[in-house]
Write a protein that binds this ligand. Structure first.
Ligand code: 13P
Length: 246
């Protein structure tokens, strides 16, 4: 499988920050891994036009293809402007917008139908980890958020412990290993052996300084990076670390 270095800009970046895509392209003219940047929605089209090497993704989409849904964006529109992917079910959307597993599954199915790769995010809160509920939470989120249409080609699963996002806290290697092994086994049990090829990303305070160690862990096929994806100078060493695993 081709590994994936994905950047989630969240609600950061202005039009002028798209120059970071040029910097990334210059640093990685022919990468051996997939590079994906997910900027805020108004920047998507220019980003997709601008970057021949870096793939572009949205941070959310609606479950319908069109209609009276003010402020929402359809997966078909995202696909039509040249984006390849969409992040779905990020914990910030689950929290800020009350998104449920059912809604995420519907959006993921719509993304698949539009020909997009869905990067579906799951992960436990700090309290859930303290109460030993991590694997139960992951199982419920996987079962609830992934539709039957999920394949290794159209789906990426990102394990993002909520307590590790933007905090500088990172799970131990053993904790990441356990979560990723569990996710892999759960996917194979549901979708069969082809699920061995579904890319599993780790996300949560990934930086140049910890990327090497994280990428050594089994079943970690890349990263979903927030803060350290905003500048090419921060993201590029993470891409290099992933390429160094090949
Ligand atoms: P940080 O890398 O800033 O912790 O964010 C991770 C994340 O939420 C990516 O989707």
């Amino acid at each position: 499988m081709r590994k994936l270095a994905a950047g989630n800009w969240k609600m950061n970046g202005l039009a002028e920050n798209l120059s970071e895509l040029d910097n990334l392209t210059q640093a990685h003219p022919s990468p051996n891994v997939d590079i994906l940047i997910c900027p805020p929605a108004p920047l998507l089209m220019q980003a997709a036009l601008q970057s021949p090497v870096v793939q572009i993704g949205a941070q959310d989409c609606h479950a319908k293809t069109n209609g009276a849904h003010t402020g929402d964006i359809s997966p078909d529109l995202i696909k039509s402007i040249g984006a390849t992917s969409v992040i779905l079910g990020h914990s910030e959307r689950r929290q800020d917008h009350g998104e449920t597993n059912e809604q995420i599954a519907a959006k993921t199915q719509a993304a698949h139908a539009a020909g997009l790769i869905a990067v579906v995010c799951i992960g436990e809160t700090h309290l859930q980890r303290l109460e030993n509920e991590t694997l139960d939470v992951l199982a419920a989120q996987l079962a609830g958020s992934l539709p039957a249409s999920s394949t290794a080609e159209n789906t990426v699963v990102a394990y993002e412990p909520v307590w590790a996002i933007g905090t500088g806290l990172v799970p131990t290697d053993q904790q990441i290993d356990q979560a990723h092994a569990f996710i892999r086994d759960t996917l194979v049990a549901r979708f069969g052996d082809t699920a061995k090829e579904i890319r599993l990303l780790y996300g949560g305070s990934v930086k140049a300084s910890n990327a090497d160690a994280i990428f050594q862990i089994k079943n970690v096929d890349g990263a979903l990076v927030g803060g350290a994806s905003l500048k090419a100078s921060d993201f590029s060493p993470i891409i290099n670390a992933l390429e160094n695993t090949l």
